[in-house]
Design a protein around this ligand. Structure first.
Ligand code: HEC
Ligand code: HEC
Ligand code: HEC
Ligand code: HEC
Length: 286
């Protein structure tokens, strides 16, 4: 496992994608769904949870968390770790990374210590989405039951449910055309909110870069601006790296992107302040 961990995800993806083996999800003896990633087992343990006590329906979601999650490589040994000790919301994850003083890279223009999100489908979906709260599992939509004569089996050709919406959505929704239409609407709304975040973040980066070039820039304020940039971008990235363009949890996507936009603009203002440019109209001074 130690050497396996050091492999970049792109290589890992190539290794496990074609094909992902049965053993990634099933116990070879019993064919029950299992946790196979030690990092998932350990992250649950640190939260006081044991997946062996989970219900079958819970496992139909948790089995995907073997891979469809945010993770990082901790310490010198680059040990594969999930940043879940404080919980799995974006706020919990951001706090975890702050406390670990972890960064994946330094932004070349703003100099901020950045986090690169992976593919946090599990954390995003389970943050109280309508479907999760209703007890719907990842496998319900992505591996719907199909009939072959009398036999009923789970589709193992995992892809976008829109490619087989009758089977994927029609098992619960009578108006499949309506709900698939909603997917497009939701994704367009989230895309627009994401664009607004991006504009705010790009503006922040530009202002920080300019401020850093000012001879007597206030370094404390500049550091604050860089931290705001980091916090804005990791939130934006959480939604951008998640693969459903917001559908898995529309309200949460719009909530997070709203905060990302605000933090981006705060970073921009802080950079202007650090540079000593007058920005505040002293409303209280007269
Ligand atoms: C990405 C995870 C994943 C992989 C990989 C996977 N399965 Fe499954 N499999 C599932 C899920 C989820 C179910 C539904 C289990 C349930 O509802 O309890 C399932 C169910 C099954 C069942 C029970 C009958 C059914 O269809 O519901 C069999 C048999 C099965 N899988 C065989 C296999 C074999 C053989 C392989 C390798 C070729 C494989 N699976 C690979 C996730 C996976
Ligand atoms: C062992 C790791 C692993 C597990 C477990 C796993 N996946 Fe994946 N999944 C991947 C990787 C890697 C890709 C990316 C493939 C690529 O980029 O071409 C992927 C891609 C996907 C895609 C996009 C496929 C496409 O080409 O359109 C869907 C949808 C998906 N997974 C859903 C699920 C669901 C639902 C579960 C749980 C039942 C699950 N996965 C479990 C590793 C995993
Ligand atoms: C209520 C149904 C539903 C549930 C539950 C659900 N998904 Fe999805 N998922 C979708 C839809 C719809 C899309 C968007 C597909 C598209 O845009 O073509 C999607 C997209 C994806 C993609 C990108 C697929 C692609 O083609 O690029 C992945 C990966 C994925 N889901 C994984 C998961 C995982 C993992 C879970 C559980 C943590 C999950 N999904 C739960 C409906 C669902
Ligand atoms: C296992 C059952 C199940 C499956 C499968 C399922 N849904 Fe749902 N869906 C629900 C439930 C339950 C709700 C909650 C509202 C309700 O009772 O209609 C819901 C709500 C929704 C909503 C309204 C969401 C909101 O936040 O107000 C949309 C849109 C939706 N589903 C789309 C889809 C699409 C698209 C698919 C297929 C990719 C799908 N659903 C698959 C059970 C399901």
């Amino acid at each position: 496992m130690a050497t396996y961990d050091k492999t970049p995800f792109s290589e890992l993806g190539a290794q496990i994608n074609e094909p992902i083996g049965c053993a990634n999800c099933h116990d070879a003896e019993t064919m029950s769904l299992i946790v196979t990633n030690p990092a998932l087992e350990e992250a649950l343990q640190r939260q006081g949870q044991d997946w062996r006590t989970f219900t079958r329906q819970e496992m139909r979601t948790v089995v995907c968390a073997n891979c469809h999650v945010e993770y990082y490589f901790a310490g010198e040994g680059k040990y594969l770790t999930f940043p879940w000790d404080g919980g799995t919301t974006i706020e919990n994850i951001a706090t975890y990374y702050q406390e670990e003083a972890f960064k994946d890279w330094d932004h070349p223009n703003s100099g901020a210590p950045m986090i690169k999100m992976q593919h946090p489908e599990y954390e995003f979906f389970t943050a109280d989405s309508t479907h999760y709260k209703a007890g719907v599992a990842c496998a319900d939509c992505h591996m719907p039951y199909t009939r072959d004569g009398a036999a009923k089996f789970s589709t193992h050709n995992v892809h976008s449910p829109l490619l087989n919406a009758e089977a994927a959505c029609g098992q619960c929704h009578t108006d499949v055309e309506y709900v698939t239409g909603r997917v497009a609407t939701i994704q367009a709304q989230v895309r627009a909110a994401m664009d607004a975040s991006e504009e705010a973040i790009v503006a922040a980066i530009g202002s920080i870069e300019k401020a850093a070039a000012v001879a007597n820039v206030n370094q404390d304020l500049l550091t604050e601006a860089r931290n705001l940039h980091r916090e804005a971008q990791l939130r934006w990235d959480f939604i951008a790296a998640e693969n459903s363009m917001g559908f898995h949890n529309p309200e949460e996507a719009l909530r997070i992107l709203g905060i990302a936009t605000d933090l981006g603009r705060q970073a921009q203002l802080k950079a202007v302040e650090a540079a000593g440019t007058p920005t505040v109209i002293q409303a209280s001074s007269q």
